[in-house]
Design a protein around this ligand. Sequence first.
Ligand SMILES: [Zn+2]
Length: 102
Amino acid sequence: MKKKSKKQPHEPWALNNGNKPLDLLSLPRCRAKAKSTGKRCGNAAIKGKGVCYIHGGKSPGPPAGNKNALKHGLYSAEAIAERRFVRMLLKRSKDLIMELRY
Ligand SMILES: [Zn+2]
């Protein structure tokens, strides 16, 4: 005789395996903006990306080292590192001044 498996009772909203269903409305939303209306896309964004599959969420992005889109380099890694370094120097000197005042 075949043994019947006892199923654990679960909440009516739960999946058959007892897990909670995915709440699609709570997922992060696509941040792409329509040119015509100016409104946000609003589709669910792809995990790890800020945009949905329509707006480039599946795209791996530009190839590494691509310089075709470089206009001024304000956001290049070197420029960002330099600004970070200057900020750190300013904070240290501010801290030193505060230490010497008291
Ligand atoms: Zn989108």
